[in-house]
Write a protein that binds this ligand. Structure first.
Ligand SMILES: [Zn+2]
Length: 416
């Protein structure tokens, strides 16, 4: 028998002290083996209030309004990062309201938004689980539930006066996620695409670990003027690693690894451009020139961080697959994000060392940081080979006595 649950009052009574929530059985929209999203029973392990979609991994907030406008007096007056966030968030919004029909102990979303909300939460839980288990990040390091603005009015006024549509993103200045309304997207909404949501979650992890949780990361501000090779590279790395981890999350799902996880939400061109399994991606003269010589705004304006990022992602993909050590590599990459060990700096520490000279943050030094966090010699060798080959790094910069890559690495391949 179906029973509609109207429960706000009940939940208020229940909220006396924090207790670990019971696993919640709920239906969500999950990719099936035939490539379609189907309703499926899943378990949410961290949700404390399914009616407000709140839990230890994420809090979903509706009705928020966030406006970034370089002419906004409030924004111009902000002198700290916290003031910046307050100036951007014009309306805080409120908890979302989900409604369900209960059937044999399972909650069935009763309306479209609840289907979407449950699936968003489920996707966040899966991304978190990946970084916790495969990535080896302790729960305490995640900094509490992520704030997820659901269908906010999100305006980036300098590029478009209209609220953003058809997107999902991590927005560092507010340290929150935006799942904006869809409009023209004809395919699966981004919110239900686990790989895409995990890509966005990866940006949060990158921000926390590599940028120290900064709303305005130093490399993107201090390095951004004029030719900005370090800023261009760190943006590319953020995108490429987000694709690689997004793929990593798909490998933990029932349907298995999906190197083309964009395919259910994007057209074929975009899907092919970002397909991790492609072996033919190589840095070319144009990309090398743009990476090294153009400004971050010009680089990003052409979307080149995705192009360079895809080359990095597919190089890592090849190394992880050919050695059968995907998870070991994924864990090593996360370990390389921040490392205080004096003789083995992480990416955050490499940035700090390079703050006054961004050319020190380059393909060679970044590859060295990643490789130095891999202990297994065959995996190290494979990563060296793929990175040197696809990114067209001079092998002599990485292979040899006292250098990060084992002498077994050749650094040759299809790109040469
Ligand atoms: Zn991204």
């Amino acid at each position: 028998m179906h029973r509609t649950l109207i429960v706000a009052a009940l939940m208020l009574l229940a909220a006396c002290e924090p207790v670990a929530p019971d696993p919640l059985r709920v239906r969500a929209l999950v990719l099936s083996s035939n490539g379609k999203y189907v309703t499926q029973e899943v378990t949410l392990n961290t949700i404390s209030d399914p009616f407000r979609m709140e839990g230890s991994i994420a809090n979903l907030i509706g009705g928020a309004r966030i406006v970034a406008d370089s002419q906004d007096p409030e924004l111009l007056a902000a002198t700290t990062e916290d003031q910046l966030a307050r100036a951007l968030i014009k309306s805080e919004g409120r908890p979302v309201t989900a409604s369900y029909i209960e059937k044999d102990g399972v909650l069935w979303p009763a309306d479209f938004h609840t289907w979407n909300l449950v699936t968003v939460y489920y996707n966040f839980e899966k991304a978190h689980e990946y970084f916790n288990t495969v990535g080896n990040i302790p729960n305490a390091d995640f900094g509490g539930p992520a704030t997820v603005y659901y269908f906010p009015e999100f305006v980036l006024k300098d590029s478009n006066p209209e609220p953003m549509k058809d997107n999902a993103l991590f927005f560092a200045p507010t340290q929150s996620f935006m799942v904006v309304p869809f409009d023209e997207l004809q395919r699966a909404p981004l919110a239900i695409n686990s790989g895409i949501m995990s890509h966005e979650y990866s940006h949060m992890i990158f921000n926390k670990k590599v940028y120290g949780g900064r709303r305005l990361p130093d490399p993107l501000t201090l390095w951004a003027n004029g030719s900005s090779p370090g800023a261009n590279l760190v943006k590319s790395l953020d995108e490429g690693l987000a694709d690689y981890h997004g793929y990593g999350v798909t490998c933990e799902s029932a349907t298995g690894c999906d190197a083309k996880f964009l395919s259910t939400s994007f057209d074929q061109t975009t899907t092919n451009d970002r397909d991790l399994s492609r072996q033919d991606r190589c840095m070319d003269t144009f990309l090398i020139e743009q990476l090294n010589q153009t400004s971050l705004s010009s680089f990003s304006g052409q979307g080149l961080e995705y192009k360079v990022g895809s080359i990095i992602a597919s190089a890592l993909f090849q190394a992880g697959e050919q050695t059968g050590q995907r998870k070991v590599l994924e864990r090593a990459i996360v370990a390389s994000y921040s490392d205080e060990t004096s003789d083995n700096p992480g990416l955050q520490q490499l940035i700090t060392l390079s703050l006054s000279d961004q050319t020190r943050f380059n393909l060679v030094s970044v590859t060295a940081v990643i490789v130095n966090h891999i202990t297994d010699v065959p995996l190290k060798t494979a990563v060296c080979n793929e990175m040197i080959n696809h990114l067209r790094i001079d092998p002599a910069a990485l292979i040899g006595p006292g250098l990060p890559c084992p002498s077994a690495a050749q650094g040759t391949g299809a790109c040469k």
